[in-house]
Design a binder for this molecule. Structure first.
Ligand code: ATP
Length: 233
């Protein structure tokens, strides 16, 4: 097994003539939880999109599971075990909860996979026949996580999963994320609630105007560096 699930090496990316990521190096090891922090506009979402393959890297390399996937489409990277839960959740709003889950079961897996996912997210069991778009925000996020669970990924990239949700719901979601991590799935987490992210992360990467200014164990994060990263000074 490769000793990294995701690696960015000297990645530059942006939109049109605007360069957002400026030579980003980042490594996620199997089963580790990495919090990606930084001020608004630092390039966190851009980094996740480049890792997923939704945005091409203008320079540098992206490796998934130790294999060079620079330029490979998102669905290829998904087959390599990379799962992305974008802001806005990426569920099929017009389909039922049941169909959202069923379509995520890989062909080689058994139907009982859905049962396992429902055991982890019991709130979905009562709503199997409901259209996903009519679920509450928190329930939609649970569905997105249950779908990620079913895809049997090696790494999940999460962008602001707690956005717009009540604190109690955010607690449940972080509980589920922790369970996902304990089961051996690596997480790369962009999160507005810094402390919640730090609580479950073992490493932190701090992004400041498209450059990594800190990369290390959570315990080594200097509060001043964190503050500087957020204030962009
Ligand atoms: P936030 O915490 O506010 O979500 P972020 O760190 O995720 O910020 P990005 O969304 O990656 O930051 O944005 C980085 C920069 O790229 C910003 O200056 C933003 O305006 C710009 N940008 C983002 N998306 C686009 C786009 N589709 N076209 C042009 N510029 C964009």
């Amino acid at each position: 097994m490769a000793d990294t699930v995701l690696e960015l090496r000297g990645v530059e990316a942006g939109y049109g003539r605007t360069t957002v990521l400026r030579g980003v190096d980042l490594t996620v090891r199997p089963g580790s939880v990495v919090a990606l922090l930084g001020a608004n506009g630092a390039g966190k979402t851009t980094l996740l999109r480049t890792a997923t393959g939704l945005l091409p890297a203008a320079r540098g390399r992206v490796l998934v599971g130790g294999r060079d996937r620079t330029g490979a489409p998102a669905h290829r990277r998904a087959r390599d075990g990379l799962c992305h839960i974008p802001e806005g959740r990426g569920i099929f709003r017009s389909l039922t909860v049941r169909d959202n889950l069923r379509m995520q079961v890989p062909p080689w897996a058994t139907d009982s996979s859905v049962e396992v996912a429902l055991a982890a997210f019991p709130v979905l069991r009562e709503r199997l026949g409901q259209t996903a778009g009519t679920l509450s925000g928190g329930q939609q996020q649970m569905l997105a996580l249950a779908r990620a669970h079913l895809a049997r990924p090696r790494i999940v990239l999460l962008d602001e999963v707690s956005m717009g949700l009540a604190p109690a719901v955010v607690d449940q979601i972080f509980h589920s994320l922790k369970a996902l991590a304990v089961s051996g799935v690596a997480l790369l987490l962009v999160e507005q609630y810094v402390q919640r992210a730090l609580d479950i992360a073992d490493r932190v990467v701090l992004l400041d105007r498209g450059q990594v200014t800190f990369d290390g164990p959570t315990g080594d994060l200097d509060q001043n560096a964190l503050l500087r990263g957020y204030l962009g000074t």
